[in-house]
Design a protein around this ligand. Structure first.
Ligand SMILES: [Zn+2]
Length: 461
């Protein structure tokens, strides 16, 4: 299909520079890119495929900036349900160490399916364990079957327990091999062109699981190839204490000593950052993947997102791994971002803050960070909004549903404030990934059966 006409959307949220919301709006798409955006009456009357979105809200596809797909196999593990980050990790590392390539493939499809149904069109995934012959290639190939854009992050761990790190020695890799494999993956899969379906970035896991040397060599390699850099940073107080004791620096200052700041870097979490660190992010262009559910689940804290936005930091939303969420519903994450930010402001001000100047995050701001914000964090100017020349990545939700009953005076706010739902349509590069509320690229029931089988095997092995 070369041309697609999307018409009659009850309301279309463009996220363009004027943040236009167009009544009875639509798009004309050719070759996977948006050729026209506006009121239905101003668009061509015909196309090879026509999608009538009467009664629907039309939104730019949401962008997930942090995830660990493989963790969909280890949701709600009893011993990891009620602990903080370090004990949660120590409980799960030995289970994850049993994964095989099949686990990577099936969990990729499951996570991406769940993301697609929740409104996501581009997902970033941080894979940092490669046991039993698993490779990032397994994830990249499986993702192609679902049809979402993928930013596959070559994660790594090299600082095992015997060297003072957190992970057991059995799950860390040799540093020379990590760098060689990273180079191979960039050369094989990274596509920097507009409309890219696959990009690769380098993502040493965290200050407590990787050596400073590997952090430095990863920066050099990423700069040489023009790819991005990602890691977990300032997630918990445990990590702050670890960095102060081991490196004599707070986490952000430690990363600065390793050359890990700049516009090609984005950090997951950044819960425990002080004003001077937020200023450093803004000044140097570091982005942040905000993962509110995970931060609540692990009792990590509340990231100061409004302060980051005020300072000009690029912030996106991420669901984080499914062992600390335990879902991949991106619209739910947008809602959580708005709610936890408000809670944070209330606690900070120790009073009853009101809207507007007191800085309560609005529903539209939450949608903005999940679209435009996510695109900026991933370094992409071809996604994140419905504008001429951008990728035809959009989602649509039927507004006539129980969850939105009584909320249609503001349908844009309704999708964030009301209970999160599944989208009815999800289109990536002009191709349907979800159609009429159903996954178009994969058989949903057999996927769930297969996934449960592999999850069971992982615990029994
Ligand atoms: Zn994470």
């Amino acid at each position: 299909m070369d041309t697609l006409l999307v018409k009659n959307a009850d309301i279309m949220v463009t996220m363009d520079d004027q943040r236009r919301e167009v009544r009875n709006g639509g798009l004309f798409i050719r070759g996977g890119f948006i050729e026209q955006v506006g009121a239905t009456k101003d668009l061509p009357a015909e196309a090879e495929v026509v999608l009538d979105l009467s009664d629907h809200i039309l939104l730019p596809g949401l962008i997930n900036t942090h995830h660990h797909f493989y963790q969909t196999l280890t949701r709600v593990i009893p011993d990891a349900q009620d602990v903080g980050l370090f004990n949660w990790l120590k409980t799960l590392y030995p289970i994850w160490a049993r994964m095989k390539p099949e686990h990577i493939r099936i969990s990729t499809k499951t996570a991406l399916s769940e993301l697609a149904l929740s409104g996501c069109t581009t997902a970033s995934d941080h894979l940092y364990l490669f046991p039993n012959g698993s490779r990032l290639d397994d994830e990249i190939e499986a993702a192609k079957e679902i049809g979402l854009r993928l930013h596959a992050l070559r994660g790594s761990m090299s600082l095992g327990e015997s060297q003072g790190g957190l992970p057991p020695d059995s799950v860390v890799e040799d540093e020379d091999y990590i760098l060689k494999d990273s180079q191979r993956l960039i050369e094989t899969y990274h596509d920097s062109r507009p409309g890219a379906m696959t990009q690769v970035a380098l993502a040493p896991c965290s200050p407590f699981s990787v050596t400073g040397d590997l952090m430095k060599s990863s920066v050099e390699l990423a700069r040489a190839y023009g790819v991005r850099l990602h890691t977990h940073l300032a997630e918990t107080k445990d990590e702050e204490i670890f960095c102060l004791e081991k490196f004599g620096h707070r986490p952000v200052a430690y990363m600065e000593t390793l050359g890990w700041v700049g516009p090609q870097v984005w950090f997951a979490h950044s819960v425990h950052v002080i004003p001077s660190e937020i200023d450093l992010y803004a000044r140097t262009g570091c982005g942040v993947a905000h993962c509110p559910t995970s931060n609540m689940r692990l009792a990590s804290g509340i990231a100061p997102v409004m302060a980051m936005l005020k300072a000009g930091v690029n912030v996106g939303v991420g669901v984080d791994g499914s062992a600390s969420n335990d879902g991949s519903h991106l619209m739910e994450e947008v809602r959580q971002a708005m709610l936890i930010s408000r809670l944070g402001e209330g606690v900070r001000l120790a009073s009853m803050p009101q809207g507007g100047s007191n800085g309560l995050m609005t529903a539209r701001q939450a949608l903005e960070i999940a679209t435009q914000g996510g695109a900026a964090v991933l370094g992409r100017d071809d996604i994140g909004s419905l504008q001429v020349g951008k990728c035809a990545d959009f989602v649509a939700i039927n507004l006539n549903r129980l969850e939105y009953a009584g909320a249609l005076h503001d349908p844009v706010a309704a999708v964030v404030f009301c209970a999160p739902v599944r989208v009815d349509f999800n289109v990536v590069g002009g191709k349907f990934v979800v159609k009429g509320g159903k996954l178009a690229t994969v058989d949903h029931p057999s996927l769930v059966n297969e996934h449960n089988l592999w999850a069971r095997k992982l615990l029994e092995d």
